[in-house]
Write a protein that binds this ligand. Sequence first.
Ligand code: AMP
Length: 510
Amino acid sequence: MSANFYALAESRFPADRAAPFIETEDGRRYSYADLETISGRYARLLTDLGVVKGDRVAVQVEKSPEAVFLYLACLRAGAAYLPLNTAYTRAEIEYFLTDAEPRVFVCRPDSEAALREVAGKAGVGAVLTLGTDGEGSLPERARWLDSAYDTVACGPDDLAAILYTSGTTGRSKGAMLSHRNLGSNALTLHKVWGFQPNDVLLHALPIFHTHGLFVAINCMLLNGSSMLFLPKFDADTAFRLLPRATVMMGVPTFYTRLLADARLTREATAHMRLFVSGSAPLLAETHREFQERTGHAILERYGMTETCMNTSNPLDGDRVPGTVGFPLPEVEVRVCDDQGTVLGTGEIGVIEVKGPNVFSGYWRMPEKTEQEFRPDGFFITGDVGRIDARGYVHIVGRAKDLVISGGFNVYPKEVETVIDGIDGVVESAVVGVPHPDFGEAVVAVVLRKPGRTDPTAQAVVAACKEQLANYKVPKAVFFAEELPRNTMGKVQKNLLRDQHKGTFAAQAVA
Ligand code: AMP
């Protein structure tokens, strides 16, 4: 049998294809029959445009049901789906298109003019558009095509998607995910989180990231049930829809926002079966407060773009605040020192994982890939953690100084490079500091040339806005005479974090 993830999902679609799959916030409804028809037409169009197995299809569009059908169409056509963060700027898109060499690029109608040129330069064969309400040249050209489409047979190792992660050196890496990666992880999560035929998922995550795309959508596809689809998280809408949902998957920010609202009560969440959190650390305090207010213990899990999900707190059993639970079935997790020696219970080191969930490598970066795998196949996550006596995994930090703001990863180096390029700047250091809403906020410490009073903080922010996605732009800029360094000449970011940790402390949760 084909290992194509779409074929696996299709084998579990409800017998009655009129059953609901997606309902949007404004009441548009799509059934499983719609899913089959529309994804079939899109797959036909991709094939007509010359897409063959292994080709990349890059996509930078807003969240919509049609965007989900496009993802499924790529799988059906045997193409590698390559979703791009909607916040990426033109310069960033140029890098991704040049690096990935997709056969087709789908963008928002209003960015078509600018990006068509970029795509042309990168040698992309065809550019299509897709808007939020299902408009654009992709749906228009697909409308009259035959919806009957034979899903391309794929082997377990065939490429299903490429998801770019940020790179510490400023270069993003494309994590290559196979049909086996998607299938094994979705089957496991579907089982361990106890999905039932009547489950309804409140989906408020972005769909260009592993959490909203693979964890959320793939689980629901295997469950054959429906999602309430929000363009983004919004507390008013969440409270309106919680009585109709049974499961919500969120980043910690969702939970702090719900907690900041007086409407969060036992009654408001009485219809819910499960709240899941991941993508960034959930404060133990948030976990406890949420349980006090609602009676629900948030289930925290841990994963990453390269590995899909690795660990989860149990559905039945103690969901321990501040931990990410146990390794998932078939996933091996160990904590090692820098040399790869396995450490004992409670010892802190780098988390390494192995299993059918782990990606095959970084797109066209064989050396980088080799560096991040141990000879026995374990992937070095770069997360620092420990495993306690009961087997719960704890994450204590991030080896690479990654900042996670609102669930999105920001690598300081990328922001520092932009700031260092501003006239009048000697150097800069970017760190993450606690923020009540975003979990962490990006803060920049900047050294100006002697005697200069420019650039101002506003000018630094403006320069960043021009070149970087919004979530990477510093939320505060400080000026200093020098940066603290250790004897090896490395900037001591922990000192900077300490110094600025109170920056957003007094700010109310928005
Ligand atoms: P991404 O590739 O964007 O999914 O980011 C993956 C990184 O997010 C991981 O390597 C962790 O550093 C972090 N992460 C994900 N889930 C958790 C969690 N539950 N607690 C702490 N950090 C997490």
